[in-house]
Write a protein that binds this ligand. Sequence first.
Ligand code: G3I
Length: 321
Amino acid sequence: GGLHSLFVKSGKLFFGTAIDTNNFNDVAYQAIAKNGSEFGLYVPENSQKWGPTEPTEGAFVFAGPDAVDAQARTNKQMFRCHALTWHSQLPQFVTTTAWTRETLTAAIQAHITALVRHYAGACYSWDVVNEALNDNGTFRDSVFFRVLGTDFLPISFAAAAAADPAAKLYYNDFNLETLRAKADGAARVVQLIRAGGARIDGLGFQAHFVVGGTPSQASLTATLGRFVDMGLDVTLSELDVAHNSVPAAAGALQQQARDYVAAVGACLAVPRCVGITVWQFSDKYSWIPGTFPGKGEACLFSANFSRKPAYGAVVDLLRSA
Ligand code: G3I
């Protein structure tokens, strides 16, 4: 069995991957992506964000995520949806309009209602609000926070819940795994959503780690448990482990394997960690070198789709689980 089949045997719902239509013509990539034993869930890496789905106000473009959803259906894979209220990859009208509380609230509600309705029944979960926090736990400067304060949190979650009562609604962020102040901020996010009368079902830990700097399994298990204790599901939503310099030497590949094992082991140890999504499975398409030049090789498969030591180590862990 592959990663997903083995993870399901341990009681989890999915081992999935980010993928998008720009990958679809790559035959070697697709042979792995379409193997439902390896990956049991897709999340669109870019095409479902606000910029690509509503480039001009009120005119919606669903072709990209529809195609990702269609390939998932064909292969009986789950579909996770990403992302609604996020400061990045916004269309120009959101960043340039002179919003009032009323008009921005209406624009958020219109966007979320259209997206979540279109994918109602298809999405296992939505990343409703993404990356609202600074690393020190305060709220990130964004059009949403400037105009609405923290009210954009319950506004977003209430709109998503109304449009698809069955989808699990997540807050998603990075560095929650290692920065205590940021995890404290995420706990405040949960409280603010609930205080505003809205529902939140889960916390997404992006798990963008660095080789040798990945939190230990014990520490990650404790951090996940903190949010389970708040009544939430948790997930590792964008897992990858980047080398600080590439090409990686043999020893660094072994450390990367141990780091992947710590992350997957933490999810195994927490019953309400429902699944893991890697943020692409091949180094050929990882986002890391584009954002952090000189770093990368963060995935389970190499750029030519061979299985790296980390792949074997995760499979060994799952076989013995
Ligand atoms: O589509 C345009 C193309 O038309 C243009 O020619 C090209 C030139 O730069 O850019 C293309 O857009 C790029 C887009 O990916 C699609 O490939 C953007 O420049 C690039 O910035 C964008 O990067 C994405 C990034 O989010 C944007 O913030 C990454 O692929 C994607 O992996 C990354 O994913 C995020 C998650 O959504 C949230 N958590 C962090 C994670 C990593 O940054």
